[in-house]
Design a protein around this ligand. Structure first.
Ligand code: 1HE
Length: 259
């Protein structure tokens, strides 16, 4: 029997979800997308942050090209596949729980689409990013035109796809594909877990607002955005630990904000 695509480890309030098909460079077939959709639909209620990691030397080689080749999908079949990716990755981005991606090696095609649904991305020095769809005769279908284009700009994404070139870890970091770039010798998974632990100490309702409202408000008009922001702030304000957290500052029991 095949190993499950996702390996899931719970450490206190952190879930570490590992893509576990390294022999195929974590290529995403239909089962893999279903497994991601399933996990992000049913995250245990005590989980406050999720680390999305990948086994082996590469984060993810994108669409399973062998499955795609063998299935000879029709336009409508592939439209449905793309929609299944959109549903699964939307649950990552809009599920209300911060997701931190730990990346190494190839983050290409659908792998970059997956990573760009995460809220915080950490890369090690081996990481590189590419959108080789043009070479394969296909197009992005897992959300890159929305998510990657917003991160690096539509203009840069067009160039990346036309030339098919790979951006190394430094360039990806400079353009925002990674928020953090590990120092040589630093372990990417450890750094991602550390960030997840820090993020998990925020108020759960604040984190919910951060990951579910900011990207949505970016899609709204200014008037609607300001209204939605006010509503969100009013809801977050009802959190059970707000008074305690404010009191900690007022009574000088908490650390100051310093660089
Ligand atoms: C795969 C895939 C895959 C590897 N689908 N099987 N993605 C791409 O165009 C990337 C294609 N892959 C590569 O360029 C390379 O495999 C890597 C740079 C990622 C890794 O290279 P390497 O030398 O470490 O591994 P490898 O020997 O190329 O691959 C190991 C095995 O994984 C091999 O299978 P094997 O049976 O011969 O052992 C490969 O065939 C298999 N493998 N990548 C299927 N992608 C919703 S639309 C999204 C559109 C896209 O994602 S397009 C981008 C597709």
């Amino acid at each position: 029997m095949n190993e499950p695509f996702l390996k899931i480890e719970l450490r206190d309030t952190i879930a570490i979800v590992t893509l576990n098909r390294s022999q195929k460079r974590n290529a995403l077939d239909e089962q893999a997308i279903a497994a991601l959709d399933d996990f992000f639909s049913t995250v245990p209620t005590n989980v406050r942050a999720i680390v999305l990691a990948a086994a082996g030397p590469h984060f993810c080689a994108g669409l399973d090209l062998k499955e795609h080749h063998d299935k000879e999908r029709s336009a409508i079949d592939f439209m449905r596949v793309c929609q299944s990716w959109h549903r699964a990755f939307d649950k990552i981005q809009h599920g209300g729980i911060p997701v931190i991606a730990a990346m190494q090696g190839a983050v290409v095609g659908g792998g970059l689409e997956l990573a760009s649904a995460a809220h915080v991305r950490v890369a090690d020095a081996t990481t590189y990013f590419a959108l080789p769809e043009g070479q394969r005769g296909i197009f992005t279908g897992g959300g890159a035109t929305v998510r990657v284009a917003r991160i690096i700009s539509a203009n840069r994404m067009v160039e990346m796809m036309l030339t098919g070139r790979a951006l190394d870890a430094r360039e990806g970091h400079r353009l925002g594909l990674a928020h953090y770039l590990c120092e040589p010798g630093q372990d990417v998974l450890e750094q991602a877990i550390e960030l997840a632990q820090r993020i998990a100490t925020n108020a759960a309702l604040s984190n919910y607002a951060i990951v579910s409202s900011i990207n949505r408000i970016a899609d709204m008009s200014s008037t609607d955005g300001l209204f939605a922001e006010g509503l969100m702030a009013a809801v977050v304000q009802t959190g059970h630990d707000v008074q305690r957290r404010l009191g900690d500052f007022v009574e000088k029991r908490t650390e100051k904000v310093r660089v």
